[in-house]
Design a protein around this ligand. Structure first.
Ligand code: PGA
Length: 249
């Protein structure tokens, strides 16, 4: 049985005090589902978040990292630094990284390799833009994003990969893919993985949906057989909303 996962991507929100306040609100919530819960605060708040959540079933994950193991990369953070503060999962390939920081599939392949070499899990994000969907190219785009960044990996590496399908047109826009659109794409992604590796590998990989998931639409999206959870942006910044989504399973 693959894992159900709900991860909150806080993006560039919350300073230290706000991070602590939100974590204290999160601790007051009651989890009724079996989903694995993760939050991704900004780099500056990872250590404090990790310390505060030591005894809690909420994993603290990073939003990004560099591919090199150390060295002259001003402003960057590497896998070993994350590992040293207890962070062992990293989000890679978010559409905002691709769009605003020019992250390409080729760069992301290197980042994925670095994360795996450091025994980290990767939440690998990808998804088509509105123009791709309008022209009916969404499957082609998604397949090439996955292929270019992940298909050099051994089948066994997929145990450490979590996929997050996030159609760019649905991120932060209030517009969500319909549960059917999400299911169709997730089934396509699983088939792509099955063709590349095996159905056993494909069946074991959790595929999250991201893009304007809210308490009022999570249940329907999560009810689809190939949707194994969500990567949540805006709604992860309020503890009650985030846990309403966690408990939507
Ligand atoms: P959103 O963001 O939930 O605010 O649309 C999702 C994401 O960017 O991961």
């Amino acid at each position: 049985m693959r894992k159900q996962i709900v991860a909150g991507n806080w993006k560039m929100n919350n300073d230290l005090a706000q991070t602590q306040a939100l974590i204290s609100d999160l601790k007051k919530q009651n989890q009724t589902s079996d989903a694995e819960v993760m939050i991704a605060p900004a780099f500056t708040n990872l250590w404090s978040a990790f310390e505060s959540l030591r005894q809690q079933p909420i994993e603290v994950v990073a939003q990004n990292m560099h591919f090199a193991s150390n060295g002259a990369y001003t402003g960057e953070v590497c896998a070993a630094m994350l590992k040293s503060i207890g962070v062992s999962t990293v989000i890679l390939g978010h559409s905002e990284r691709r769009a605003y920081f020019n992250e390409t599939d080729e760069l992301l392949a290197k980042k994925v390799d670095a994360a795996l070499a450091n025994d980290m899990r990767v939440i690998f994000c990808f998804g088509e833009e509105l123009a791709d969907r309008k022209s009916g190219n969404q499957e082609q785009v998604v397949k090439s994003q996955i292929k270019n960044a992940l298909f050099h990996l051994e089948a066994s590496a997929f145990k450490q990969i979590i996929l997050a399908y996030e159609p760019v047109w649905a991120i932060g826009t209030g517009e969500t893919a319909s549960p059917e659109q999400a299911q169709d794409m997730h089934a396509f992604i699983r088939k792509t993985l099955s063709d590349k590796c095996s159905s056993a590998v494909a069946d074991g990989v959790s595929i999250l949906y991201g893009g304007s998931v809210k308490p009022d639409n999570a249940k329907e999206i999560f009810s689809k057989p190939d949707v194994d959870g969500g990567l949540i942006g805006g709604a992860s910044l309020k503890a009650e909303d985030f846990f309403a989504i966690v408990n939507a399973f």
